[in-house]
Structures are given as C-alpha cells and as structure tokens.
Design a protein around this ligand. Structure first.
Ligand code: IMP
Length: 414
C-alpha cells in the first residue's frame, strides 16, 4: 500500500466532501467509503450533469478506479439498487464497485422505527433513513449483514426474530405488522442484483500495492462518540471510523484532508454556536442553495467557527484543509469569523458556547475564476486568515460546484 488519504468533514456534514473526493480521485487507484449510509448525499457534477451519491463512493465516475463500500457502511439494498440503476441509466458503469459482505443492512423496520421516533415532539431531526435503528441492531448483535443473505435458512430465522421483536412497536404506533416471509422474498430478489459486487473489501485494500482515498460521510460534529450527542448520527465520523470501517491496520500511515465550508451549516436539531437564525443566515442559505441533498430540508446557516474547526482537526487528524463554497460569500460587505468562545464549552455542552467574532471585509467574486491569483485580495485574505487561525494549511479552495472550480493555493502564499 503506497498512499492512503482520507477525506473527512470538519463541520456537521454537507461540507462538499463528494466533490473534493471526485477531484482528488484522478491521482489515486481507488476510493473506499468507510462510514455512514443512505443518510449521506454527495453531490458531484460530471459532464455538466448533477449526480447525488448516497452510498456509492465518489470515485465511481472514473471507470478505472476501484470503488469500495467497506464494512463501516450500512446499506439499504432497495436504495442501493436504485442508485446503481440511476448511474447505469446515465451511462456510468458500476463494474468497478465492490461491496463488503460485512456491511449491515438497513431494513424496512429500521426506517419505520426512525420515522415513528421522528414523528414525536422531542425529535432529533434525522434523515429518517433508518440509520439509528440499524446501527443499534448492529451493536445489539442482532443485525443482518450482506453476507447473511447467502445463508437462506439462517436469514429466515433471523428475520423472524427481528420482526417479532419490532412488530409490537410498529403496531402500538399505528402501523401494520411486517411479515418476515415477504421481507425474506424481498431481500432475496435484491440480493441477486448486488451479488456481482460483493467482495472482501478489506482484503482488496490490504493486498493492493496502490493508492486509495478513504471517503468519510457526515462530519466530525455528528460523530456518535465525540459529536454534539444526542444530536448526532449513529456512526463514527472521525479518524477512528476509518480504521473500524475499513479494517485497515491500526498503524497505517494515513494523510487526512479535512473539508470545511467558507461558512457553516447544520441540518436537523442540536447546538450550532455560530448559527444566524435571521436575515444573514437566510441570505447564506439562498446564495449557497443550502437545502439537504437527501431530504431537501433547509439547512441552518452561520459563520465559520474556529474553535469548532480546531476541535474537529484534533479528532480527524487532519493535516491539511480544503475550503469549499467561497463563492457563496460573494457580495457580503462584512464577514464574521468566530475566533473563540467566551468561557469555552461549559461542561462540554456546545449549546452553551458563546462565540465572539472578528469582523473582516467582504469580497465580490467574478464567475469563471480559474486560479488562486484571480481571486480578489480580500477573498485571499479571508482564506489565509482562517488558515492562520486553525493552524494547519488550507491547500485548496473551491469557488463553484465543478471539478475545475477547485483552486490550488500556491505554497508561496504562506
Ligand atoms: P441520521 O444520520 O439520519 O440518523 O440523522 C442524525 C443527524 O445527522 C441529523 O441531524 C441529520 O440531519 C444529520 N445527518 C445525517 N446525515 C447527514 C449528512 O449527510 N449531512 C448532514 N447532516 C446529516
């Protein structure tokens, strides 16, 4: 294994990781997704067409790159089959896709349980894709994995146990009970569609003498252990998730690129210290088209948050950062940067953090900017100030949704 580079979101997800992975993938032999599931939505422009990937790695547009869905990812087979078919329809082959037999399956009862919980007053604001209930079953050791689809007798038995456990909860909440036999038939037909892709992804990673990108999902602040619990997802979004998801050796040498937005967003409930719930947040949302790519929900918007990013750098092990969506701030006369929290994060409660801001002059970006040198000095100054404040290099900045709109920041700038 010659080179491993992970791409991890340093905010609350939606940083634009998919586009960055797609841009970097040309220099690697493959892309391995290590966590999350169909809750993610990675938006990529390929041949001037917009694609939203949910679990398929963002290297899929390069037919010569191996794309691995590793064991840390949970799969909703019905959605995966639609995702593959959608790519085929657009002429994109998935022959280079491999799926770990260890991936846990998101089953219809998981999605229903998630939806029932989200219909309550005290909701988390999940994507309602069944992620929490699926990872809960994984931890409870009653989950069903891709490999289990190939032992029909055991699968039948396992489904019966799971359905009999879940049905009382569904019925008491006004849903019809599920029938394990119909579920079995459904899974068997889906299995046939994915069988050609099933392969030992850990082995593929370990035994190839090549370079791989390791693609994260969501962001550090949504990590199950170190994020803003309970307003988090149910997987590991930090460096730890790379190792547990892929099964790479613990002492692997992995470079980590952290991705941040030029501002900040979060979708769903939970603490967000630099949120602007007023007209500024509204303007960022409109200019940045900040609506969820999986759910269409409006994202909450606010300013860049240095203490939050520094925390995420620690947990991700990032040694470089890419900043996305700088163009969205074009036209703001003034921009705020949260440089510190007065009094820190009391008791680890991010909801109690009180941000203090530094105000900087805004900028206007022309469309069609092709290089860092084309950016106005105020825009460059904004990026370089954030670089100084976070303490690690910002290697690239993106100024639009397409691959060619990712600009390298020359080393001489520092
Ligand atoms: P879940 O992952 O669907 O259970 O949702 C839990 C929390 O994570 C909610 O606040 C979601 O909005 C958030 N979340 C999950 N996936 C993403 C993502 O890909 N981008 C941004 N937020 C996400």
């Amino acid at each position: 294994m010659s080179k491993l580079t992970a791409v991890i979101g340093l905010n609350w997800g939606d940083e634009g990781k998919g586009k960055i992975v797609d841009g970097l993938a040309k220099d690697y032999d493959g892309v391995a997704r290590f966590s999350g599931g169909p809750n993610a939505g990675h938006t990529i422009y390929h041949n001037n067409e917009k694609h939203v990937l949910h679990v398929i790695p963002s290297g899929i547009f390069y037919p010569d790159k191996l794309c691995l869905i590793t064991a840390g990812v949970v799969l909703d087979l019905a959605k995966l089959v639609i995702e593959i078919a959608g790519l085929h329809q657009k002429g994109i082959s998935c022959d280079n896709l491999r799926i770990s037999p260890e991936c846990h399956l998101v089953l219809p009862y998981h999605t229903l349980i998630d939806q029932i919980r989200e219909s309550r007053k005290a909701k988390l604001g999940t994507t309602k894709s069944g992620i929490g209930p699926c990872y809960a079953d994984r931890t409870a050791r009653i989950g069903i994995r891709v490999k289990d689809l190939f032992d029909e007798a055991a699968l039948r038995e396992n489904l019966e146990i799971n359905v009999s456990e879940k049905n009382p909860f569904l019925v008491v909440n006004g849903y019809l009970p599920l029938d394990s036999e119909s579920l079995f038939d459904h899974l068997r037909s889906l299995r046939d569609s994915i069988t050609p892709y099933v392969a030992d992804t850990r082995n593929l990673l370990l035994n190839c003498d090549t370079s791989f990108l390791l693609e994260g999902a969501q962001g550090v602040m949504l990590d199950i252990d170190q994020g803003t619990y309970p307003f988090v997802t149910s997987s590991q979004c930090t460096y730890a998730g790379i190792l547990s998801g892929t099964g790479l050796p613990a002492r692997s040498e992995i470079d980590v690129i952290g991705v941040i937005k030029a501002y900040n967003t979060r979708v769903g409930t939970g603490p967000f210290p630099t949120e602007d719930a007023g007209s500024i947040g509204e303007r960022i949302r409109t200019q940045g088209k900040e609506f969820g790519s999986t759910t269409g929900r409006p994202r909450r918007c606010g300013w860049v948050d240095i203490p939050q990013i520094k925390y995420a750098i620690e947990l991700s092990g990032a040694n470089a950062v890419v900043m996305t969506k700088l163009d969205v701030l074009s036209g703001f006369q003034e921009i705020q940067i949260c440089t510190e929290y007065t009094g820190g994060v009391p008791g680890g409660d991010w909801g109690k953090a009180r941000p203090s801001y530094q105000t900087v002059t805004g900028f206007i970006l022309d469309t069609g900017v092709k290089s860092w040198d084309d950016l106005p000095a105020t825009a460059q100054g904004y990026v370089l100030l954030i670089e100084r404040l976070i303490g690690i290099p910002i290697s690239q900045v993106s100024v639009g949704p397409r691959r060619q709109e990712i600009l390298d920041i020359p080393v001489y700038c520092r």
